[in-house]
Ligand binder design. Structure first.
Ligand SMILES: Cc1cc2nc3c(=O)[nH]c(=O)nc-3n(C[C@H](O)[C@H](O)[C@H](O)COP(=O)(O)OP(=O)(O)OC[C@H]3O[C@@H](n4cnc5c(N)ncnc54)[C@H](O)[C@@H]3O)c2cc1C
Length: 479
């Protein structure tokens, strides 16, 4: 089905911005090109009122709406289905920064604000909003909230859900709920804003949020460290947390196969070591203290000396084999560019089975060793390309073919997925750490989520959205 001119005119009358009637692939397929949907109706509201009016009209006509932010999600959550029955609502024109409170350390932003534009805005005021991911130049804060995005700095600051004080959103009947607040404490019943975080557009369309800001670090230093194995990586994490008073901002892991792919796809990047190590971690240290900026006679800051001392100790304790430390902001950026290119490099390289898992840190080494040993034993054609946020237990445990001439992973996706997910379950982990469910992991949600929790999720969905208007077919199928 496609929408007739009359229906389009009716919606058109509700929004200032144009409605595109288009086959434009940019909006109709997901970032990886795995999911493709249909609609000839893409709508760009620019105010909460417009969102509300469109939702009311859609609800009266029982027309489903698929909310979309920057369309960088990795589970097909923002892609409409193939029926052509739904409206795609792109929120990127709803993008005003409403207010910033430098004393209370909060900012209120509309849902379509690009994450990086929020970073740039608060940077001018010496603040940071610490959700940081490689898609920051395109993803929106609304999408970050709807997927409860994680990223590189969860270790220190928590996920998106830890950083949101209140939300404004449009409910499936078009009513506007406003819980925007600068209060850090507000125990007045259910924390309704939390319900919408991670709801992937199925319960409400988020239009604005008040989020927490932090003091901008005065200095950041990153170190790329070569480690022997996963045991040593975990010991290193514990050591660094203890000597810095839980002060490290990020602790990211990359294994040899992914580093090889990154350097192959981006040969212009400098290699931190002469040869690519079996395993490396990228650690970010930061200070907000002026005292740390004082320089010694050699012109080195106290902070840099502290980091060098810590690094020397890690070598003496045999926690790491070798390390490089960034000597300038540019070098810091260069080291992070390697890590942040992992997704795109892997996509350019060829088919990958992407598994976004989280494992309790205490079980990480057990999971890692047993699973890779078993995978190699039973599926010798599989290359295990791991990278991710080891500091918070989140691994991007991606599987690729050893050789393109013998495609195995694509044909055996379900088998391999089950193989890894069963082991994840055994150690109390999750099959979806930060990317969400979307269309991609509905089967797994059904299989691994506690049954009572899943029933409760469906009950909440149906009581808020009895007509199943908002993002149907995502998270679960409601019959
Ligand atoms: C290179 C790359 C790196 C990435 N790294 C990370 C990472 O480190 N950590 C991480 O967590 N994710 C990561 N992601 C995934 C993705 O960037 C995040 O999920 C991001 O939060 C999605 O934001 P978006 O605006 O692009 O949302 P979209 O992709 O447009 O939508 C995602 C979901 O949110 C819903 N949605 C969007 N906006 C709204 C709204 N205003 N109201 C209600 N629902 C809405 C959509 O319906 C959909 O279900 C990465 C993606 C890429 C491409």
């Amino acid at each position: 089905m496609t929408f007739g001119k009359n229906k389009i005119d009716e919606f058109q009358s509700l929004v200032k911005n144009q409605i595109l009637v288009s086959e434009d692939d940019k909006y109709l397929s997901d970032w990886r090109g795995v999911f493709k949907g249909k609609t000839n109706f893409v709508i760009f509201p620019a105010s909460t009122k417009e969102v509300s009016n469109v939702v009311k009209l859609a609800s009266n006509n029982e027309i489903p709406i698929v909310p979309q932010g920057g369309n960088t999600g990795l589970c097909g959550g923002a892609t409409p289905d193939q029926s052509g029955n739904s409206i795609l609502m792109n929120l990127t024109k709803l993008n005003t920064i409403r207010s910033i409170d430098l004393i209370g350390n909060t900012i209120t932003v509309e849902a379509g604000c690009i994450l990086e534009s929020i970073h740039n805005e608060v940077d001018k005021k010496n603040k940071v909003f610490p959700i940081n991911l490689a898609a920051k130049g395109s993803c929106t804060i609304g999408g970050n909230l709807a997927t409860n995005a994680g990223g590189n700095n969860v270790l220190k600051y928590g996920s998106t859900s830890d950083l949101v004080l209140g939300i404004e959103a449009v409910l499936p009947d078009g009513k506007i709920i406003n819980t925007l607040t600068a209060l850090h404490k507000d125990n007045t019943g259910y924390a309704l804003h939390k319900l919408l975080i991670g709801s992937e557009g199925t319960l409400a369309i988020i239009t604005a949020a008040t989020i927490k800001l932090f003091q901008k670090p005065k200095l950041k230093l990153s170190s790329f460290m070569q480690v022997k194995d996963i045991f040593k990586s975990i010991q290193l994490l514990q050591y660094l947390q203890s000597v810095t008073g839980n002060g490290i901002e990020a602790f990211e892991i990359m294994t040899k196969p992914i580093l090889e792919i990154i350097h192959k796809q981006f040969p212009q990047y400098n290699k931190p070591f002469t040869s690519i190590p079996e395993m490396a971690v990228l650690v970010e240290f930061a200070t907000t203290s002026d005292l740390d900026l004082k320089k010694n006679e050699a012109g080195e800051t106290i902070f840099k000396n502290k980091v060098i001392e810590i690094m020397t100790n890690t070598i003496e304790k045999e926690l790491i084999e070798d390390a490089v430390i960034s000597q300038s902001n540019q070098q810091n950026k260069d080291l992070w560019e390697i890590r942040e290119s992992a997704n795109i490099a892997q996509m350019q390289e060829g088919f990958q089975l992407k598994l976004d898992i989280s494992i309790p840190i205490s079980k990480m080494a057990e999971f890692w060793n047993n699973t890779s040993k078993d995978l190699n034993k039973f599926h010798s054609k599989v290359k295990i390309c791991v990278f991710g946020h080891l500091g918070d237990g989140n691994l991007h445990y991606n599987l690729m073919d050893i050789s393109k001439d013998h495609p195995y992973v694509h044909r055996n996706q379900n088998l391999l997925k089950d193989f890894v997910y069963e082991r994840v379950k055994k150690v109390g982990g999750s099959f979806s750490a930060e990317h969400g469910i979307g269309q991609l992991k509905i089967k797994e949600l059904n299989k691994y989520k506690d049954k009572t929790s899943l029933e409760l999720m469906k009950t909440i969905k149906l009581s808020l959205d009895p007509k199943n208007i908002l993002n149907p077919g995502k998270l679960f199928t409601i019959i």
